[in-house]
Ligand binder design. Structure first.
Ligand code: ATP
Length: 430
């Protein structure tokens, strides 16, 4: 049986993964596999933070135990699923319902929780649709009916859509996130401890998005949530081993944590070289820079880009810091593959592969061909010698390019959850 939960928090507090953590602890006897944190369309207007929904799988006939976390200092175990058929477990839905009710943020019209429970899951195309488009809630309701899924909703029930998309995820590309909790609000750690934990994570090969080259650490949330830190990796064993190391230094940080299986860092939202581009979609496109960079109001940077299907502006925003400045070094003719989401005809950049650097020649005043003296532009592109007045054609000098070919991305703290960091390129077989 699958349970999906979404939209239980607000910027003032709460976190849907925290409810997933409580549910994992409460229903260990039925829990199978890892709980899942599934990120959906990053361009959705009504997300609280990262448009994430949570789903868990339960079964009465489960196999070997696996460690997936700790609650109040005790291990949380899950099991490998052995069941031939899905079975509805009423108790699982009732407990989930109570946990959502007790832990959701109330009285905020931005918080519209949805809880679903069922034995059948939507097709994978629903997951894809939830990554790429804005789904009409009516479609979600008819899917609930078609699949015989039990649901409960609060507010306008928008969370139903994310919940359904979360159980529709097939996990073809998987990463893991270990989330550590300290309820009701995440413990604030001194900067020194954050650095120690950040460096511990960064020293492991198969982690990602821990910190950037300037040393800024991305593991700790800004908003008020029960989360203390989240560590991301392509290996759950690595996460357990880091957690053990953290626990030796900070025993009180080793009491409550859960490892989620996720689609973070997988580029699942990206459509490569599509036939049609749609507003709000996320794409990877190859083409050439078609103009010079312009700094806009609010500090964003944009530059024209021509690809097979047309022309658009590439945009990088202030929070991406060094990445935004990178656009300043691009020149017409540079061959690039870009990744990002389409918003009002602009591509909001997530990363860029600079594949070929064009040679740029600038027109300069030549030395006089007759006497070697200085020349001055007459205004018509003809350069007249200051001494002997002979007319000369312009000279051209190759611009010294500062950019080097390579793969660029924003610093870890400014990346989108779904965006695959260059470090993970090649980590997934499919
Ligand atoms: P939370 O931790 O509460 O889940 P969040 O940042 O993930 O926070 P939500 O508060 O869940 O964002 O807001 C996103 C809302 O949008 C949810 O109600 C979800 O069901 C809905 N939603 C997500 N993807 C889509 C989509 N593609 N089409 C329509 N609705 C969507």
């Amino acid at each position: 049986m699958w349970i999906g939960i979404d939209d239980t928090d607000s910027r003032e507090g709460g976190c849907t993964t925290y409810i997933g953590f409580l549910l994992s602890g409460a229903l260990q006897k039925y829990l199978t596999g890892f709980p899942r944190l599934v990120r959906l369309n990053p361009n959705i207007p009504y997300k609280t933070r990262g448009n994430g929904a949570v789903s868990l799988h339960f079964s009465k006939s489960a196999g070997d135990r696996i460690i997936i976390g700790k609650k109040d200092g005790e291990w949380i175990f899950s099991r490998r699923d052995n069941a031939a058929e899905e079975e509805y477990i009423p108790e699982a839905f009732t407990i989930a319902e109570k946990l959502v009710e007790d832990n959701m943020i109330k009285g905020n019209d931005q918080t519209n929780p949805g809880l679903i429970g069922g034995t059948r899951i939507p097709t994978e195309s629903f997951y894809r649709m939830a990554l790429e488009k804005i789904i009409d809630q009516k479609i979600s309701y008819s899917l609930l009916e078609e699949l015989g899924i039990t649901h409960r909703e609060w507010g306008n029930g928008r969370g139903i859509t994310g919940s359904l998309a979360s159980i529709a995820w097939r996990g073809r590309r998987i990463t893991y996130e270990l989330i550590s909790y300290n309820s009701p609000n995440g413990k604030r750690l001194p900067a020194r401890d954050k650095r120690i934990i950040g460096e511990m994570c960064e020293s492991r090969q198969d982690t990602f998005n821990n910190m950037d080259s300037s040393g800024k650490i991305a593991l700790f949330p800004k908003e008020r949530t029960p989360v203390v830190y989240g560590i991301r990796s392509i290996s759950h064993e690595t996460l357990l081993s880091i957690q053990e190391e953290i626990g030796r230094l900070y025993p009180d940080l080793d009491r409550n944590f859960l490892i989620y299986q996720t689609n973070q860092g997988t580029d699942d939202h990206i459509i490569h070289d599509p036939e049609i581009l749609e507003e709000g979609g996320s794409y990877s496109l190859k083409g050439r820079i078609d103009g010079v960079p312009v700094r806009g109001e609010g500090g964003h940077m944009s530059i024209p880009f021509r690809h097979e299907k047309g022309i658009m502006n590439l945009m990088a925003f202030e929070p991406s810091k060094s990445f935004r400045n990178l656009l300043q070094g691009l020149r017409p003719g540079d061959l690039v593959r870009v990744y990002g989401s389409l918003s009002r005809g602009n591509l909001k950049l997530e990363k860029i592969n600079l594949m070929e650097i064009s040679e740029i020649y600038r027109r300069v005043a030549p030395n006089c061909s007759a006497c070697g003296g200085k020349t001055r532009n007459t205004g018509s592109g003809i350069y007249q010698c200051v001494s002997c007045h002979r007319k000369n054609m312009p000279a051209y000098r190759r611009e010294q390019r500062t950019m080097v070919k390579g793969k660029y991305e924003p610093p870890a703290f400014a990346r989108r959850h779904l965006s695959m960091p260059w470090k993970l390129e090649g980590a997934f077989s499919a």
